[in-house]
Ligand binder design. Structure first.
Ligand code: GLU
Length: 327
């Protein structure tokens, strides 16, 4: 090999070795300060509930606080867009859902971020059913009874959700389409404030992620009419599915996952993925999430990237068919 080439090769090798140790050392020192976990929905919703459980565990494991920050608005779009623009240094994590990484980008006329290009996937946490719940004074004990009431008095039966382009908004529109009702959508900044109004009787019907409804259903403060998944939730086996009550083919759900901004060093992605894996293997944490009706399904970063693409493909035609677009 001629001299100049040899030198060049050697310096490339040296640079590569240096980069490798620098990244390794960087990953080893990480985290040396607190990490922000951006929750794109209000306190009290299932996103916030699960994020706080996961953040607490990650804080214990990593020896630095993982601080939950609620950045709410536009069905998760505000929080997700903030993380997309955050420094890719490992100190900002998005606690993402099907809203931020599938439905919102699909249903927005112009999304302020790209769910694939603007993020570095860390790992999937799990999936959760949605549920149709009503104020206990609404005289319906089944989906068919609610359909009859809503058809008779369309003005009266509006439904609350966690926000535009959430799986709850989609659940409501899918319900209207399949049942022939025209309940008006009332979007909130998360399930927390929506639930306050459902319990207070300001709105008679709500579509929610099941985790944030569980305790209120058990306390009799709200009545659950149906879960939106194909199967009943094993923790709440008395709630029938939509399909069982005549809405054939009806299915919605949510999922939750962690993302960094795009271009976050792979060593940091792998580090947090490893911490997430460890957290989700903890029996106490597993029980807390399962009691909330979550099906835990940890994934690698690459599997999460594939999951997002699969979800965009799955929900693209469905969101188009419902015809709902948001600004
Ligand atoms: N219901 C959720 C919340 O308010 C957000 C919807 C979702 O799952 O994306 O936290």
């Amino acid at each position: 090999m001629e001299f100049a080439k040899r030198i060049f090769c050697r310096s490339v090798a040296a640079a590569a070795a240096l980069a490798f140790t620098a990244t390794g050392a960087f990953a080893q020192a990480y985290p040396d300060r607190s990490i922000s976990m951006i929750v794109p929905f209000a306190a009290g919703g299932s996103t916030d509930l699960v994020a706080r459980i996961v953040a607490q565990k990650l804080s214990e494991q990593m020896g630095q606080s993982v601080v939950v920050e609620n950045r709410v608005g536009a069905g998760g779009n505000v929080g997700a867009a903030a993380v997309a623009k955050a420094p890719a240094d490992g100190y900002t994590i998005l606690f993402a859902t099907i809203s931020t990484h599938t439905l919102n980008p699909l249903m927005a006329k112009k999304s302020s971020y790209d769910p694939v290009k603007d993020f570095a996937p860390i790992g999937l946490i799990g999936s959760i059913p949605n549920v149709l719940v009503i104020h206990p004074d609404v005289p319906a004990k089944s989906v068919q009874e609610l359909i009859a009431l809503a058809k008779k008095d369309p003005q009266k039966y509006s439904y609350a959700s966690s926000g535009v382009a959430t799986p709850l908004h989609l659940s409501g529109e899918m319900f209207n389409r399949m049942a022939g009702t025209s309940m008006v959508h009332v979007p909130y900044r998360g399930a927390g404030p929506a639930m306050n109004d459902l319990i207070g009787g300001q709105v008679p019907v709500m579509f929610d992620n099941l985790p944030s409804s569980v305790e209120f259903i058990k306390a009799g403060k709200i009545r659950a009419l149906a879960v939106t998944t194909k199967q009943r939730a094993k923790q709440m086996p008395d709630i029938p599915t939509m399909e069982e009550q005549g809405l054939k083919g009806y299915e919605t759900y949510s999922w939750q996952a962690l993302f960094f901004p795009a271009n976050t060093p792979r060593a940091l992605v792998d580090r947090v993925n490893g911490e997430l894996k460890k957290a989700l293997a903890d029996a106490t944490l597993q029980k807390r999430l399962e009691d909330l009706t979550m099906t835990i399904s940890f994934s690698t970063p690459d599997e999460l990237a594939a999951h997002v693409k699969e979800q965009l493909d799955t929900w693209g035609p469905i969101t188009k068919a419902t015809g709902v677009q948001i600004d």
